[in-house]
Write a protein that binds this ligand. Sequence first.
Ligand code: COA
Length: 260
Amino acid sequence: MSYENIRREDRDGVAFVTIHRPDKLNALNDQTIGELQHCFDALGTDDSVRGVIVTGSGEKAFIAGADIGELASQSPLGARPLAMKGQKLMNTIEQLPKPVIAAVNGYALGGGCELAIACHLRFASVNAMIGLPEVTLGIIPGYGGTQRLPRLVGKGRALELILTAKPIGADEAERIGLVNRVFTQDVLLEETEKALRKIMAHGPVAVGFALDAVNHGSDMSLADGLNYEATFFGLLTATDDVKEGMTAFLEKRKAAFKGS
Ligand code: COA
C-alpha cells in the first residue's frame, strides 16, 4: 500500500513514521488513521524493525488533533465507529511488541495527545504544547484519552487537562510525567533515536515481554499481574538471549542478543 499522508523510512532496524499533512498541522483524518493502521500492522510483524519513532512533519506540530473538518459532519451513527477506528489504532500502537517512542515536535492536541500517550515513551521538543481541547468543541476525547491519560498521570491531573481543555508546555508535561524527556527541536529526533537504539541493544524478547507485562498488567488485579509477570520471567529462561546476557556479564563483554 502506498501512503499519501504518512511517510515510513527504515534505518538500521528503526522505522521512522512521520505524519505528513503539513497544511493541516498533521491532523488525523480518516485516511491518515487508515494509513497508520496499515503501517503499524505491518511494523508489528516486520522482523527487520526492532523499534519505531513516530513524529509529525514540520516544526510546528506533532498532530493537531482529529480532523475537525471531518468531525463537523459526523452523525451519531458515524461518530462511534470513527472513535472505534481511532481506538483500534491506538491499541495497535500500544500493543506493538517492540518499543515505540513519540517524538513530540510541536502541538500534540486531541488525537495527537492520544496517539502520543499510546506510544511507550514520549520525548518532546521545548516548543511542544500538549492537551485535550475536545470539550471546547462540544465533544470528549474519543481515541482513548479519557482512559490512558488518567493511567499515565493520575485522575486529578487528567481531569484538569480534559476539563480545562488548556494545553500544557513541554516542561510542565515532563513535570507531571506526561512526557519522559525534553530536548530542543534541533536535536529531538537525534536524541530520540539514540535512546531507542540503547533500548534495542537489550534482549529483544525481554523488551517485548516487559512491554506486554506493563501494558496488560495495568488492566489486571495486582495478583493477576504478578502471576503474569512471573510466567514471563519463567519463560525467558528458555531463551538463548538469557544465556547470552548472563554469559556476557560473567565474561565482562557486551551481550550480542539474537532475539531468540
Ligand atoms: N483539524 C483540521 N484542520 C486543522 C486542525 C484540526 N485539528 N488543526 C489545525 N488545522 C488546520 C487549520 O484549519 C489551518 O488550515 P487552513 O490554513 O486551511 O485554514 C491549518 O491547519 C493551520 O492551522 P492554524 O489554526 O492556522 O494555525 P495556528 O498556528 O494559528 O494555530 C492551533 C495552531 C493548533 C492552535 C490551531 O490550529 C488549533 O487550535 N487547532 C485545533 C486543535 C484541536 O482542537 N484539536 C482537537 C481536535 S478533536
